[in-house]
Design a protein around this ligand. Structure first.
Ligand code: ES4
Ligand code: ZN
Length: 324
């Protein structure tokens, strides 16, 4: 790893905490909780991470979560990510968690939240990284299930500034969750949504017009809609792009074909993020390094990307200055 990509101060805005579960920790937690994994070694797990599309990844991602059982497990998971983020000079992180992936297995919302949030508080104290939590609704489940997750989050509202939308995109448009997002906004949550990862530009329009989003997660398929491009540029709606994720999930055939440089040159507010770093082979610094070499980015391009990352946070203007 080239130290420049590690040392440059950055914010990370698109990281699923469950997607930072490294195979080594998966074995430790499986042992601790007496869970039998369908793998014999760390190498065997890594070898299984060969995905054809988003769904083939999600199948392993949900299976991997099964080792997360206790508050301590969620703490350990989150603390490990924050240490990694600290080593890469991430100054601020906005972190997704998938409560329905846990409550559906009988783990309480409180257990999940307490473990994650305690690690974030300690990271602020000990590592000087600020963070926000974003509750993601699983879009392959019903709107009623999402509403239930929102209700469960209300007592913790002060510690969860935003809600988002993730999981299987195609066939589960943002419009399916309009009511839930309306309620979330009434309750004071900011909103984001995964859109235009595998799904069409229409899903990005829906996220903007029906869900009132402040940011789009992925959004790379905006390239197919000139009117949408114009709108995203004019309003400077940020895209949280995840280059290694897009290659691993075959959204682009190779990094050389990724459109992030094109979007940047057109004037969109694009940022670089890791998505599910354990599954996709790198944290945010590796993502920056991979696009730099594949797309011939200049130092100016890298500065612009990390500047955008702070611009696109939910921090106030004053807080942004103190983090950079
Ligand atoms: C995800 Cl890459 C991606 N896309 C949609 N949902 C997700 N959940 C975790 N990673
Ligand atoms: Zn994601």
């Amino acid at each position: 790893m080239n130290s420049f990509f590690c040392q440059i101060p950055k914010a990370e805005l698109h990281i699923h905490i469950e997607g930072s579960l490294e195979p080594e920790m998966m074995f430790v937690l499986a042992d601790r909780n007496n869970i039998q994994l369908p793998y014999k070694s760390v190498e065997e797990i890594r070898a299984a991470y060969n995905f054809q599309n988003l769904q083939s990844f999600l199948d392993l991602y949900y299976a991997g979560m099964s080792v997360l059982q206790t508050e301590q497990d969620f703490y350990d998971l989150t603390w490990a990510y924050m240490q990694k983020a600290s080593a890469q000079n991430v100054r601020h992180a906005e972190i997704f968690f998938d409560p329905q992936g846990h409550t559906s297995r009988g783990i309480s919302f409180e257990t999940v939240h307490r473990g994650i949030y305690r690690a974030l508080q300690e990271a602020k104290q000990q590592l000087d990284i600020s963070s926000y939590l974003i509750l993601c609704f699983l879009r392959h489940l019903s709107a009623e299930s999402a509403m239930e997750a929102l209700e469960q989050a209300l007592p913790y509202k002060d510690t969860i500034p935003a809600v988002g939308l993730d999981s299987s995109e195609v066939g589960n448009p943002p419009s399916k969750f309009q009511k839930v997002f309306n309620k979330a906004r009434e309750e004071g949550f900011l909103t984001v949504a995964h859109a235009g990862e595998e799904g069409p530009p229409e899903y990005i329009w829906e996220a903007i017009n029906l869900l009132g989003i402040s940011r789009i997660d992925h959004g790379v398929r905006c390239i197919d809609d000139p009117k949408l491009l114009e709108y995203l540029i004019e309003k400077q709606i940020p895209l949280t792009v995840c280059p290694l994720s897009n290659i691993k999930l075959c959204v682009f055939d190779s990094m050389a074909k990724h459109n992030i440089k094109q979007l940047l040159d057109m004037g969109l507010c694009v940022t670089v993020n890791s998505d599910d770093p354990s599954y996709f082979g790198g944290y945010v610094a590796e993502n920056l390094q991979e696009i730099e070499s594949a797309l011939n980015l200049s130092k100016q391009d890298i500065y612009k990307l990390v500047k955008n990352s702070f611009q696109a946070t939910f921090l106030s203007a004053e807080e942004k200055q103190t983090r950079i």
